[in-house]
Design a protein around this ligand. Sequence first.
Ligand code: XUL
Ligand code: CO
Length: 439
Amino acid sequence: MATPGEFFAGTPKIPYRPTAGPGEVMCFKHYNAEEVLMGKKMEDWLRFSVCYWHSFCATGADPFGFPTLHRPWNEGTPMDAAKRRLQAAFEFFTKLGVKYYTFHDRDMAPEGSTLEESNRNLDEVTDLALQLQSQTGVRVLWVTCNLFAHQRYMNGAATNPDCHVLAYAGAQVKKGLDIAKKLGAENFVFWGGREGFHSILNTDVASELKHMASFFRMAVDYKERIGLKCQFLIEPKPKEPCKHQYDYDAMSVIGFLKHYGLDRHFKLNIEPNHTTLAGHSYEHDIVMASAFGMLGSVDSNTGSPDLGWDTDQFPMDVKNTTLVMKSIVEQGGVQPGGLNFDAKVRRESTDPEDLFIAHIGAMDAFARGLRNAVHIIEEGLLAGMVKERYSSFSHGIGQKVEDGSATLEEMEAFVRQNGEPKVTSGKQEKYESIFNHYV
Ligand code: XUL
Ligand code: CO
């Protein structure tokens, strides 16, 4: 068994080497943490975070096969393993040069046979987490509660037809919020893993949604009472595990929050693999959430476009990262959120160095995306073309539509006076060609 501090003994701190050759994958060629772009360091634009569940808890087991990833930090009793995992994770964060991590309560410490025992486990392991955080300066981007894995949650947590289960989820979130405060988490995520339904025949949709809103209200209330200063985030996902998930995509979550008057307490944590499962393009929910001032954080992963499930791959496509970073830079950054790698190495990627290679590759893909986005924004060519495309809304009748004061009678009078609008090319291919120039 490796001892703490030696889990990645052969790996030094990952350097920035922009001139490294194509086969050199254990260095950054694009991510230069301290470099300033548009007034902000790269590390502050990108705010990278490593996720605990995929990178340190996962074993590579899938519905068809046994574990393939035999991690030395997962050996020993559940509590021993939890502590060894933390040591390994902090060694990894530090060597990778990432300042944030994310975790579920049940990744951090094993569930006990009672709520009290689970809470004691969490207290004990998070004491060590706090110590490692202060030794290394690594911080918690977000905490979340696992309200989907245990059997009690099979029919939902906040939307369970049995209030006893909802109460259990509430008790778990109460502790999760205490832990978020203890560790100084900057955000707290709710992913409604089992909040949805498989059959409409046994489901009272209106009641379930009302209960979910009530649940969120209790969380907001408790957060305020304990003086927890972090951003609440909801993570949309359209399917898996439920056939229909209530938090289908960015717009359904925004609609839900506005309907129940909760929108000022929450933002969204957008995961592009979930966006593509909803049938949208990679960047769609990032753009939509940002347009409504609701983009809080990003679970930066990707799926396989040819598969219909959540493969949680590391994001390596520079066109996608450019589109994401364009939205983020245009809204002035994503803080206190960040780019959390909710991504797992393939079960066939069995070498410990694959964990580094995957993160480095994805960080470089986002660094390139950031550089591209900054070029696009600083040169302003695309923005100028878009502005021109909408210029009819800056004066006259267009201005009245813009500020919401126009009437249908005015529309009719305008057309009587001006006749048929002229045909104007959308120039999509021109935009695409210009975009390609920057990638
Ligand atoms: C599930 C998923 C979760 C959330 C946190 O698809 O993305 O890991 O990010 O519960
Ligand atoms: Co996620």
